[in-house]
Design a protein. Structure first.
Length: 542
């Protein structure tokens, strides 16, 4: 259908303006106009039947680059109304791969993906752009906004070396970054929480961010600590913006672990002050009080500071294992851990495991696993780390409703999933994943808007469409406006809801009747059309 209208639409255009009734004219993948004058005899039509029609949701923080190469249909994302996803977050991307540090890179990626022998044979992508092109070889259901991982660049040049790079090494890093930016990438990401990015010299970070500034690209930061050191790390993000001049996005802003609840108010005050100063600092958030992360977070810093492979070797050593278990139980002064909280093992659920012998623990808490095996929760953590080569994904129930709602309602908040595209069938249907993989936006529109009345539907859609488009510099998307790309969602505001739960996550949402990407219907009445109009979007220097 090259030309058609969407009639009887309740239009919420993404700008935050009030809804209105109207007809949307689509031609050649673009919005050609808005008005009833387009409803003429013979014009192909989609009848919205009074439902909301809004811009497709832009996932401001996603990780589907690590699943789309397995199943390019992107089912759990596109079915919840996502038409564009910002990928390559938290410093982890598939490329660039350098052969001199290949083993280090494979071990670095273990926190996010396990590369078996089959994958390792093909996992030699010289750039993240090369990887994405390969992943999209059979088409995409939704658009991709690519970032490159800073961790991959550092490890590709220096491995897990913690020293300051010399001039030649730093130039090589800049060259690798520029390769991705030349390909139209929107920026770079990092995760200061994980090795080796948690030990980088500030000067290395600033120098790479100056490259981003010169090319009007963004730097997204998974902070090194979102708990007891939250305020210091927000200040660190602001300092990066101040020293480099680049645009900084703080990923999944939160205050995790009960002793730190309430800190988000001070974090937001600091961000507001930085913006008033003229710095370009903002943040994203997902609508849950549980987060997803690797079980490696429960291992003491000294055990893992040389990477996952060395960490597992240390945990196999009886003497070092005993010391690690002691530190896990008794804590370290500067180490912020959920294990300081009473009942911590009941708050950490195991999401995905690779070994057949441990698969039965998926969906169970650390406490349940420990009870079944007759060991302590600390011993259960170490066992999983060693058995699974450090690659264990978990769901952590560690935040509070008041903090979440405070962050969500801030006028600059943009929404994201921090999740991957999954499916209710095939290899991506395994594991007890976080429900945000399936229900993030229906939860916002159904629970927080319709039921809790936390914000208007117009505001929620604005934070899911135009605001992230502006933040990342995604041109021609995020609004229902003539000349913009026809990325659209049609849903019933009285029925849209999340079906996925923590105990049973693999379920698609309800209430979304159609999802249109670049003018092509991908989801029609809850079913995938078999069309793949998604694109890898590019942002080139002007």
């Amino acid at each position: 259908m090259q030309e058609y209208i969407i009639k009887n639409a309740l239009i919420i255009d993404g700008s935050g303006a009030d809804r209105y009734k109207g007809t949307i004219y689509v031609k050649n993948g673009l919005i050609g106009g808005i008005g009833d004058e387009y409803d003429v005899p013979g014009m192909p039509a989609i009848d919205a039947k009074g439902q909301v029609v809004c811009p497709g949701f832009i996932d401001g923080h996603g990780h589907s680059d690590f699943t789309l190469f397995t199943n390019h249909r992107g089912e759990s994302k596109v079915r919840q109304g996502i038409t564009t996803e910002v990928t390559g977050n938290c410093g982890f991307t598939a490329g660039p791969i350098t052969e001199e540090h290949y083993d280090d890179l494979v071990h670095y990626l273990a926190n996010t993906i396990v590369l078996d022998e089959k994958l390792q044979k093909i996992w030699h992508f010289k750039s993240q752009d090369e990887f994405l092109r390969w992943s999209a070889r059979d088409g995409l259901s939704f658009n991709i906004v690519p970032l490159v991982g800073m961790g991959m660049i550092h490890v590709g040049v220096m491995g897990f070396d913690h020293s300051m790079p010399d001039e030649a090494q730093l130039q090589k890093m800049k060259d690798m970054l520029n390769v991705e930016l030349d390909a139209g990438f929107f920026g770079m990401s990092t995760a200061f929480e994980y090795e080796p990015c948690n030990t980088l010299y500030p000067e290395e970070v600033w120098e790479l961010c100056k490259v981003l500034k010169a090319r009007d690209k963004i730097f997204t930061i998974h902070m090194r600590n979102e708990g007891m050191h939250l305020i210091d790390n927000v200040k660190e993000a602001i300092e990066i913006a101040r020293n480099s001049g680049c645009k900084v996005e703080i990923s999944h802003l939160k205050a995790r672990f009960k002793p730190n609840w309430g800190m988000v108010k001070e974090a937001l005050r600091l961000i507001d002050e930085a913006k008033a100063e003229g710095l370009d600092v903002c943040f994203d958030v997902y609508p849950y009080t549980a987060y997803g992360a690797g079980l490696i977070d429960l291992i003491p810093p000294w055990v893992k500071n040389d990477g996952p492979r060395i960490m597992c070797e240390r945990l196999r050593d009886p003497e070092l294992k005993a010391k690690a278990l002691y530190d896990m139980e008794h804590g370290l002064e500067e180490w912020d851990s959920i294990m300081k909280s009473e009942g911590w093992a009941d708050c950490v659920s195991i999401a995905s495991l690779k070994t057949a012998g441990n698969k039965r623990f998926e969906g169970k808490t650390i406490a349940q696993m420990a009870e079944e095996l007759g060991i302590t929760g600390y011993e259960a953590v170490v066992k999983l780390m060693v058995d699974e080569d450090a690659s264990v994904k978990c769901v952590w129930h560690a935040m509070c409703d008041d903090d979440l709602e405070t962050v969500m309602t801030h006028p600059d908040a943009i929404f994201g999933t921090d999740g991957r595209a999954c499916a209710t069938y095939g290899p991506l249907s395994s594991g007890s994943v976080h429900p945000r993989y399936y229900g993030n936006y229906p939860r916002i529109m159904g629970y927080y808007v319709r039921e809790k009345k936390l914000m208007s539907l117009e505001e929620a859609i604005h934070k899911s469409t135009q605001l992230p488009a502006q933040r990342f510099g995604i041109e021609g998307r995020g609004l229902i406006k003539p000349g913009y790309h026809a990325d659209l969602v049609i849903f019933d505001p009285d029925r849209i809801r999340e079906v996925s739960t923590f105990s049973s996550p693999h379920h698609y949402p309800e209430g979304i009747s159609r999802v249109i990407v670049n003018g092509v219907s991908v989801i029609v009445e809850g079913e995938h059309s078999g069309m793949f109009p998604g694109e890898i979007l590019r942002k080139f220097d002007k």
